[in-house]
Design a protein around this ligand. Structure first.
Ligand code: SAM
Length: 235
């Protein structure tokens, strides 16, 4: 089999933060696939690479998966998505899965990757790393992630308060992904720990809608963007 699946990290939002390899593959793949748990995120990923895609020559396949806590029943969606892709690869077409940031960092592609490794081991998969939203957010906020012997933690904000407390106690820098829905609770915790002024909230970094906010109190009670994260750095 000569055709391949590429998992291509397209960076956080700025098309200039795309690697040369990502650009080459996106321009040449017969199929561009955007697997995501949020329709919004699919269009965001596509908007980053929109100028590189030629709809007359390339097929764009958007696969939106329901986002919910219980994974039961979701397997059927992943299976169907993987089957659609396998069919195209077997027909000799290269498929580029585009993911925001880096494909191996909390991306939806990873669910499909697991299915491919188990059910279609003959299909080659190449991972093309991208600049993650974490790197771009740290740069935009001017907050170094770690130096010397410091410890860095990255976690989705699905943990209870006691676990978050333990993380803040153990690590010098903490990055909270998917923080939008639980921001008020996290803010209360940061205040309790005296860390509310040691944090930056970064939204849609790299895009024209980018926002970096240090006054977190202003965000309490607001409806926040899924594409946002919090960097907390002690000291
Ligand atoms: C499913 S994860 C994808 C992470 C991605 N693979 C990466 O490398 O950045 C989605 C979470 O990443 C973060 N994120 C992704 N893109 C972002 C952006 N442009 N600005 C701020 N946060 C972003 C948010 O915390 C969001 O809830």
């Amino acid at each position: 089999m000569t055709a391949k699946i590429y998992a291509v990290g397209v960076g956080p939002g700025d098309p200039e933060l795309l690697t040369r390899k990502a650009e080459r593959i996106i321009r040449s793949a017969a199929v561009i696939c955007s697997p995501t748990g949020a329709a919004d995120a699919a269009s965001y990923a596509l908007s980053i690479v929109g100028d590189l895609i030629d709809p007359a020559r390339q097929e764009v396949l958007v696969q939106v998966f329901p986002m919910r806590k219980e994974q039961e029943g979701l397997e059927a969606f992943w299976d169907e998505a993987a089957a659609q892709v396998a069919e195209r690869v077997r027909a000799g077409k290269d498929v580029a899965f585009i993911t925001i940031g880096d494909p191996f960092l909390y991306s939806t592609f990873l669910y499909i990757y697991r299915i491919f490794r188990e059910r279609y081991p003959e299909i080659p998969v190449e991972i093309v790393p991208g600049i993650s939203s974490i790197n771009a957010a740290a740069a935009a906020a001017g907050i170094p992630l770690g130096m010397a012997a410091e410890r860095i933690a990255i976690l989705p904000t699905t943990y209870e308060d006691d676990e978050l407390r333990a993380t803040f106690a153990r690590y010098d820098t903490v990055i909270l992904m998917k923080v939008n829905r639980v921001f008020d609770r996290v803010y209360a915790l940061l205040k309790d720990l005296g860390l509310e002024r040691n944090a930056a909230f970064v939204r849609r970094v790299g895009s024209s809608e980018e926002e970096v906010m240090f006054d977190l109190a202003r965000l309490v009670g607001e409806k926040l963007d899924y594409l946002s994260l919090l960097i907390v750095r002690k000291g």
